[in-house]
Write a protein that binds this ligand. Structure first.
Ligand SMILES: Nc1ncnc2c1ncn2[C@@H]1O[C@H](COP(=O)(O)OP(=O)(O)O)[C@@H](O)[C@H]1O
Ligand SMILES: [Mg+2]
Length: 318
């Protein structure tokens, strides 16, 4: 298997702080790796090492076949970076920023201008192109950051918390632009504090906390960590809650929880018991207005993992 980027055993200390305590990260070409973790987990430090802005104390990182320490210039040629350390100049216009970056990347002025115009159009910024960046809204600024990282048509893009602080609608805009890049074959390393974002964009997710990868897998695999699936039932008549609870407990052998709004939920090891639930409810003459079998949310996964009680459940440990 050849990876677009692969970091192995990365260690980085800042004085007495260990930002990375031996981190492995990898993504196949054309996929999105989500690096999910709370503030201070070590996400930016890992990105900066992969982007050659920081040297690891130990471990190796190879991007597009090039070692980041031995061949930083080659790595920079094929990768684009945005996020917490985006380099756009507030006083320049959107167009000027993109043209400048193009010229720093050795594009001829004419080509740099054409590329800037194309990116501004792609990112819905054409009209704002002649305005100084300091007049941009948060969402526009984030889209310009993203455009800036793509000027050199990088094969690999690092997006460091690209939607932090954006409202949900603007977050969705950024997601769609990331998806468009991935469709063109770009490999993306996306860091995020939002479980929902990793779930929406990532092919695989590495969950990182205190400088360590504490779980890795596809979104679906991670959701299995908290113990299989959940059946939720909402009887049409709240008077039936008691009976429904008894039926669910008996079939699943699990703890039935009330999630408010008259919905009862119970974890199940095997989704096939759903059929049995349906039959028992029918036999008892209970009408339901909601009945579902679902994987837990990534929020539940993260909670389980960081609470440190995941040991007995973890099916895809690292
Ligand atoms: N330049 C630095 N000097 C000192 N400590 C740092 C530096 N950069 C990061 N750290 C520390 O390393 C840890 C990881 O930081 P960071 O990689 O920025 O986390 P994240 O991006 O996940 O929020 C934090 O404890 C942070 O305070
Ligand atoms: Mg960070």
């Amino acid at each position: 298997m050849s990876f677009a980027f692969q970091a192995t055993g990365l260690v980085k200390r800042f004085g007495r702080t260990t930002a990375l305590a031996g981190v492995d990260l990898a993504a196949e070409p054309g996929t999105v790796l989500g690096v999910l973790g709370p503030n201070g987990a070590g996400k930016t430090t890992a990105v900066r090492i992969l982007a050659t802005l920081l040297r690891p104390d130990a471990g190796t990182a190879v991007v597009g076949g090039y070692d980041v320490v031995k061949h930083p210039a080659a790595v920079r040629r094929i990768s684009g970076l945005t996020g917490q350390f985006a380099s756009v100049d507030e006083d320049l216009t959107g167009t000027e920023n993109l043209v400048l970056i193009g010229q720093l990347l050795d594009l001829r002025r004419r080509d740099a201008k054409a590329r800037a115009a194309q990116l501004l159009a792609d990112f819905d910024l054409s009209e704002a192109g002649d305005r100084p960046v300091k007049t941009y809204s948060g969402g526009m600024r984030r889209r310009l950051d993203l455009a800036a990282s793509l000027v050199g048509r990088p094969a690999i893009v690092y997006l460091d918390e690209p939607t932090t602080g954006l409202d949900p609608a603007k977050r969705e805009d950024v997601w769609n632009m990331v998806r468009a890049q991935v469709r063109e074959g770009t490999t993306v390393l996306l860091t995020t504090q939002y479980l929902e974002e990793a779930d929406a964009l990532a092919d695989e997710i590495s969950v990182i906390d205190h400088g360590k990868v504490i779980a890795h897998g596809t979104p679906a695999q991670l959701k299995h960590i908290v113990g299989g699936q959940t059946i939720s039932v909402r009887p049409a008549d709240p008077a039936h809650l008691e009976t429904v609870s008894t039926i669910l407990a008996k079939i699943s052998g699990g703890q039935v929880e009330s999630r408010g709004r008259g919905v009862l939920s119970v974890p199940v090891d095997d989704g096939r018991v759903l059929g049995t639930v349906v039959r028992r409810l029918e036999e008892a003459g209970i009408d339901v207005i909601e009945l579902s079998l679902h994987l837990p949310s990534l929020d539940e996964v993260f909670f389980t993992l960081t609470r440190g009680t995941a040991a007995t459940h973890q099916e895809v440990p690292v």
